[in-house]
Design a protein around this ligand. Structure first.
Ligand SMILES: C[S@@+](CC[C@H](N)C(=O)[O-])C[C@H]1O[C@@H](n2cnc3c(N)ncnc32)[C@H](O)[C@@H]1O
Length: 436
């Protein structure tokens, strides 16, 4: 299978089965046995199409005699792949992009005229590409569904919402958090550089390295020795805001794959107890494997539903982390297909988040801390959930905190991180203190 075939399969699966692009893509890449160059091309093609799907469809609809929604999925996505290469990738000659898309349509379509259609539409696109007017509406220009573009325009204003959507289509940095129990940032950087990785120190977050040209991360000596783990700066900040200290007992109520637990255990210098829970039994292995690789034996993982009360945990923890399931709209840079999620089921998330918060708040000891976090940017899942909680729980109040970087809201206890403002994932966290 070629890089383009892998990308096509992932795009069709993503559309048909609602499969996550990165998970499905990784599996298909592994099965296809592509070398690292082709794997990178397949990833770029797949992400590029998802990041620009509405824009590509806008141009293609104008040139095609058949509506895109009437086409077979393999044909529609072969067209998008061809158009993406023609419009966005300089290194692929237009004629090669067109002929590969035509071949894909010929192989993947039942309809005998599909290949001819793809050929005609893409040739017309090549002829007209210099004259194409970028669409005025930012939702189309940056390929965000209308409801989402409108929600962000209402919150940020039109100009900033456009900058946010543009940032969502940018390349996220690979942030490595140093395992400070085992090594210093300088030692980890030196080990990575010795293996050809480009390393920069994060501009404002200590013990965080920005990596590029990593190849397969899992094969790096520093990774195998457990000297770092991958976590966005914003996710790390959330834990720093909660301020875990050596010797504390911490409950991470929605923990898999374990990033916040690792950050807490490191802030605790490996001393104390971190109980990492998740509702899905198959995810417990991920937490355990990560903790074992990093040598963080203060972490123990278990299956637990954060909505159901476990009596023996009542009043039992200095710190409870509630990094709840959410719509994930802050991590569109990493999962470009998240934007195409059906918005209807997302409306039910605040009820789940409130139920989790209500339950796990009871595990905080008097005087302890409850940290609420999401990787989304919708107020109804963030500020609204926190306000609803404090309205109903007089024994909890928002507490200000100090974190690295320049974030408004820290002094009041609630921070939103934005990709276009801070270069981080979109993320929200609030620190609540229980009365002693
Ligand atoms: C945002 S992710 C957590 C990410 C994790 N804290 C980290 O930093 O790596 C949310 C997690 O909550 C888990 N989850 C969803 N519903 C849950 C529930 N009722 N109880 C416990 N865990 C739940 C999901 O399986 C998922 O792993």
């Amino acid at each position: 299978m070629t890089a383009r075939d892998v990308a096509l399969r992932a795009l069709v699966a993503c559309e048909k089965q609602g499969a996550w692009s990165d998970g499905f893509l990784k599996k298909t890449l592994r099965a296809a046995g592509l070398d690292s160059r082709d794997a990178a091309l397949a990833t770029r093609l797949c992400f590029g199409v998802l990041q620009n799907r509405i824009l590509l469809d806008h141009y293609l609809e104008e040139l095609s005699t058949v509506r895109l929604e009437k086409m077979e999925p393999a044909v529609r996505n072969a067209l998008r792949l061809g158009a993406y290469q023609v419009l966005f990738l300089d290194r692929v000659p237009d004629h090669a992009a067109v002929s590969q898309a035509v071949d894909q349509a010929r192989q993947g379509a039942k309809h005998p005229r599909a290949a001819g259609l793809v050929n005609g539409v893409l040739r017309a696109l090549v002829r007209q590409k210099e004259a194409l007017e970028p669409p005025k509406h930012p939702a189309i220009r940056y390929s965000h569904p209308k409801w989402l573009a409108e929600a962000f325009a209402a919150r940020l204003g039109g100009e900033e919402a456009a900058a946010f959507m543009a940032a969502n289509n940018g390349q996220p940095p690979t942030c490595a958090q140093v395992n400070t129990v085992r090594a210093t940032a300088e030692e980890v950087a030196a080990s990575l550089r010795a293996e050809g990785v480009e390393v920069e120190l994060h501009p404002w977050l200590p013990n965080c390295l920005l990596l590029s040209h990593t190849g397969s991360l899992e094969e790096l000596a520093a990774f195998r020795k457990g000297l770092f783990y991958i976590q966005d700066a914003a996710a790390k900040l959330a834990v720093l805001a909660a301020d875990p200290k050596p010797g504390m007992t911490v409950l991470d109520a929605c923990a898999a794959p374990g990033g916040k637990s690792f950050a807490a255990a490191l802030a605790m210098e490996g001393r104390g107890r971190v109980v990492s829970c998740d509702i899905h039994p198959h995810k417990i292995d991920l937490i355990q494997a990560g903790a074992a690789r990093l040598g963080l034996d203060c972490i123990s993982a278990q299956v637990l539903n954060a909505k159901e009360c476990k009596e023996e945990y009542l009043d039992g923890f200095d710190l409870v982390l509630a990094d709840v399931p959410c719509s994930g709209l802050g991590i569109i840079r990493k999962k470009p297909d998240i934007r195409y999620k059906d918005p209807k089921p997302l409306a039910g998330l605040p009820a789940v988040q409130k139920a989790i918060l209500d339950n796990v708040s009871r595990y905080v000891r008097p005087g302890g801390v409850l940290l609420y976090a999401t990787c989304t940017l919708l107020e109804r899942e963030n500020e609204d959930v926190v306000r609803d909680f404090t309205d109903r729980h007089n024994d909890f109040t928002l507490e200000g905190f100090q974190i690295p970087g320049d974030f408004t809201g820290a002094a009041e206890g609630m921070v939103t991180c934005w990709p276009h403002r801070h270069g981080t994932d979109g993320f929200f966290f609030a620190k609540l203190r229980r009365k002693a």
